[in-house]
Design a protein. Structure first.
Length: 765
């Protein structure tokens, strides 16, 4: 829950609303009334009147943005014998002013009636009392409090409060659904923006499941729920992120955790925003009772980590930031579920407008994995490069009078790598030494319509400057050197869309021919290849001018991309999209056939004169049934290096998925053949409940690959379930059983406000 309070423009259903201090609570302070209402009319109201106000209206609107309460439609107010009716009453909580509008009628204690079109009241009212306040939101959300006290303009106290995103949380058949939060007392402080709960209690399906003696959190922040999970190394874990405090505009959160095998852990987070500057510091530490549960550097008594991050946004265009991570050992964070993979220590600056983009970073990549010794870990860490800096940017200019578009782009990558980073089969992901590569490119393009054909010329010029100070001991490593190169680029994109209308269908066929020329023999303009390691040809990049992922490689020579796409829309709603084609190296050096030590491009299907033929298809048969697929075909051998097919079917709450995937064995990254078929299904078994399951079969090994099963409850506000996965012997994590529990709380207005999942890995094999 993001906090108990009122949202902007909340309209309850037609109901009588007994309340006080909504209107006329400031009456003793004097007033100015229009028409025949005596100027001193409200001076006669007893000072105690504000304690006995009852109000009814068709609609109550609480607008938190303007901090006003509006009662409208048959407004009736009674206090100390004085009766007031009006079409509308507006109470400004900040100033204490009350305005009555439309057919205002006032009947005093003696029965005399006064009328007016509008009555305005002003005063310094600071204290009020509301009894039995009830608000029903348009989306069904419900908030109530037996008593509400406004201590001043910023502090409000709600006694016996209830927050319910699903109204009464009873469906049409009388069954309990959703979730609610009750509290003996809720105090909101708009000045400090803090919400405090006394004895909050979470109810799921009307059943209390969690109780706390006290909870305080900044307004607008989510409540974090306890974490319960299990790992063999630390046993059962229970974390309690409840101790949150607002201090001098910042937020301090303490999270104690208990581990049945390792003892107690204390975690703390501090976050604060000061103007355009915000920062966060998070740390945790544990004294392990059983260090022998871990190996290597993780087998020690004291373990912990400290992380920090900041952002500074002086303008809407510029953002500066950074982050840094310290730890007792590199396996601490993944061992205790905080994060895994690689951490980044970095400083960065970003610039973004509709026409321009720039990103500049200084980065150190820190592997988060266990090692037997610090010397062994230093080897893993030192093969990761430090970027000084890693920068890229672009700027576009649309020329006037339809003269086309100019694009200016550039990058600067400077690296310092301590040791060589070896890859599979003698390849190298990175060489030891210092390298710097600056690239700048300017281009122009436009589109013309000639006789129904779409003609798009492209002209560009690329400049590269690079320097490499080699400290590598690997055979074939580049020597220490510098280079400068200019690459003229010219391309022509020709398309001829043809629309064909026939009985029951309309089809658009678009043949495509591209000629792309890069006038350079240097396919490795950066000396070393540090940022362009992946190339996979498929229908999505068939018509790209340069398929390399980074600036350290570029296509060279003259290449033709030939193919087309087809779109068919049938009158019965069925649709079909097809893309297919082939790429040809016509002249000059083929950049995909160059061995730069990283094996990028080799055996990718682009390293020969004619590439693989690639195709992609998608089809919607009905609103409930669709299919898609991708294919690579080698015309020289007749082989199919890659294939993918997916069939999706859904009807109501029934979902069915069927997939087929094939990748041939690739010795370069030491990847085995992948040949699988899988089926997944979700079936409803009763209202709000569904079963899910699936199985995948390894066709290459003729053995099951993985099986999954689960059961889920979802009523739109509360969802929870449990699922299991068991893998076979040929899976990447063979013979592995994992049980997962998840719970999600939602509202109609905000969607998901809490998602919690945990995975258990029991040792059964």
């Amino acid at each position: 829950m993001r906090g108990v309070g009122f949202s902007p423009a909340l309209r309850p259903a037609r109901a009588a609303i007994a309340a006080a201090a909504l209107a006329l609570a400031c009456l003793p302070a004097g007033a100015v009334a229009q028409q025949i209402v005596p100027p001193n009319f409200f001076d006669l109201v007893p000072p105690s009147a504000g304690q006995n106000i009852a109000i009814s209206a068709d609609t109550l609107i609480i607008d938190q943005t303007t901090d006003t309460a509006i009662a409208q439609g048959n407004v009736g107010i009674n206090f100390e014998g004085l009766r007031v009716t009006a079409d509308r009453a507006v109470y400004d909580r900040a100033t204490g002013a009350v305005t009555l509008e439309g057919n205002v009628a006032l009947i005093d204690q003696d029965g005399l009636e006064y009328v007016a079109d509008r009555v305005e009241l002003e005063g310094d009212f600071r204290n009020g009392f509301i009894e039995a306040l009830t608000v029903a939101f348009p989306d069904g959300t419900y908030f109530s409090a037996a008593e509400t006290t406004l201590t001043d303009e910023t502090v409000r106290t709600y006694d016996d409060a209830l927050y319910s995103p699903c109204g009464t949380c009873i469906d049409e058949q009388g069954r309990r659904i959703g979730w609610q939060v009750r509290a003996v007392r809720v105090i909101t402080d708009a000045g400090e923006q803090v919400i405090s709960f006394t004895e909050p209690q979470l109810e799921l399906l009307g059943i209390p499941v969690m109780w706390l003696p006290y909870l305080s959190l900044p307004q607008g922040e989510e409540i974090e729920f306890p974490i319960l999970d299990y790992r063999e190394q630390y046993g059962v874990r229970a974390s309690f992120p409840f101790f949150r405090y607002r201090i001098n505009g910042g937020t301090l959160l303490f999270t104690p955790s208990l581990f049945s095998r390792q003892g107690a852990m204390l975690g703390a987070e501090w976050s604060q925003r000061v103007g355009d500057f915000s920062y966060e510091i998070a740390g945790s530490a544990i004294y392990q009772l059983d260090p022998s549960a871990y190996t290597g550097l993780a087998s020690t008594e004291f373990r912990g980590a400290l992380e920090g991050a900041f952002t500074f946004t002086p303008t809407s265009k510029w953002t500066f930031g950074g982050e840094y991570t310290l730890f007792s050992d590199p396996a601490y964070l993944p061992n205790y579920g905080y994060r895994s993979g690689t951490a980044r220590n970095q400083l960065y600056a970003e610039y973004f407008t509709a026409e321009s983009f720039a990103d500049i970073r200084v980065q150190q990549f820190v592997p988060l994995s266990n090692a037997s010794t610090w010397a062994a870990y230093d080897t893993v860490r030192d093969r990761q490069a430090v970027t000084l800096p890693n920068a890229r940017g672009d700027h576009v200019v649309d020329l006037e009078d339809g003269m086309g578009r100019m694009t200016f782009e550039g990058s600067l990558l400077a690296l310092n790598r301590q040791i060589d980073h070896a890859g599979p089969l003698g390849s190298t992901w990175g060489y030891a030494g210092q390298s710097i590569h600056a690239m700048g490119q300017a281009s122009w393009t436009n589109q013309y319509v000639l006789g129904g054909a779409l003609v798009s010329p492209y002209l560009g010029l690329r400049a590269d400057a690079a320097d490499f100070n080699s400290q590598s001991a690997r055979p074939g490593a580049p020597d220490t050197q510098s280079l400068f190169g200019l690459t003229p680029i010219a391309a022509l994109d020709l398309r001829y869309p043809l629309a064909i209308s026939g009985a029951g269908a309309t089809t658009v066929v678009e043949p495509i021919v591209q000629l792309v020329y890069r006038g350079s023999e240097q396919s490795i303009p950066g000396i070393t290849n540090d940022n362009a390691h992946g190339v996979v040809l498929d229908a999505t990049n068939l018509f790209d001018f340069d398929r390399f992922s980074g600036s350290d490689r570029q296509e060279t020579g003259l290449r033709a991309n030939i193919g087309g796409q087809l779109e068919t829309q049938f009158d019965n709603g069925v649709w079909l999209n097809l893309v297919a084609g082939q790429s040809f190296q016509l002249d000059g050096a083929n950049a995909f056939a160059v061995d730069d030590g990283t094996i990028t491009g080799l055996e990718s299907g682009l390293d020969t004169g004619g590439s693989y033929i690639v195709a992609g298809a998608a089809m919607g048969f009905t609103p409930h049934l669709s299919a898609s697929g991708k294919l690579q075909y080698d015309p020289d051998t007749g082989a199919v290096p890659r294939a993918l097919a997916i069939l999706d079917a859904s009807y109501g709450e029934i979902d069915l998925g069927l997939s087929y995937i094939y990748n041939n064995a690739d010795p370069r990254p030491n990847a085995a053949e992948r040949h699988e078929i899988a089926v997944d299904a979700t079936l409803p078994i009763m209202d709000y409940w569904s079963l899910s399951g699936g199985v995948a079969w390894d066709l290459a090994a003729n053995h099951w690959l993985q099986a999954t099963a689960g059961i889920q409850y979802n009523d739109g506000y509360l969802a929870y379930g449990i699922a299991g996965r068991l893998t076979g012997p040929t899976h990447t994590t063979p013979d592995d059983l994992r049980l997962t529990f998840n719970i999600k709380l939602s509202t109609k207005g905000q969607g998901e406000i809490l998602g919690l999942g945990t995975t258990f890995e029991p040792e059964i094999f």
